[in-house]
Write a protein that binds this ligand. Sequence first.
Ligand SMILES: [Zn+2]
Length: 281
Amino acid sequence: MKIIVSAGVGALGLIALGVSAGGVVSGGGAEPATDEMLAVALAQDTPVVQRVQEPPPQQRRRWRYRNRYPGPIPTPEEWRAPDGPVRIGLQVGHWRAHEAPRELSRLRGNGGNWNGIAEWEVNLEIVRRTGAMLEELGYVVDILPAVVPPGYRAHLFLAIHADASNDRNARGYRVAAPSRDATGRASGFVDLLRRTYGAATGLRRLPDTTRRMRNYYAFNFRRYEHALHPMTIAAIIETGFLTNAGDRELIIGQPDRVARGIVDAIVEFPITPPPGHFEQS
Ligand SMILES: [Zn+2]
């Protein structure tokens, strides 16, 4: 039996306790532990209670409400490739965001624009071309709108966006991995993409990533129902600035080069080699 302790909001997240509680503690694995359950587990000298902090009652209520993934969070050691052919999920940032459910209502009406061109249109064109190149190589490609299906699973998920700024000189691309990556593999892909994207486009890489990227809603399976499966390797790219003429020349004017930069990283990533060359790693 597993007891899931909701151990405070934030980086600590959930702690799964492998407790054999001798029938005293009942309730499914999905139930957050009550104080009584925790007390029983502790009284029975349970081995793996670490850093359990009691949040103030109000905070805990909110956390329970937000916890959309009550099961034990898998560890990188537990990651294994999904069954079936190599599947790549490409998300068009902001596309069909007006369909966002209530939990993601703040997405509606978001996204940059320049001179009447909406960011999602630029993202969609890049995703189309990237998807076509990948399919030609034999990959299975899912094109996803702003709202991802609950628990979406693929070998790799990439959210594609473009930046916008009031400063027309702001330029460059950035790539980020989830701040909490249960797969332990996202940063490997991000390193590759940073290199291949720069090589294919000649755009400047911005060394910093934003909190909004690292905490992207689709990565947050604890908070949102419409989020990735924790074992989906994920990343997000801001392909360049819509509001900068030089960047626009690439991301709007030469979307094939943008797509090439993305495809090269996917092909090189050991977990998503071109189909036919698949080796489990
Ligand atoms: Zn965006």
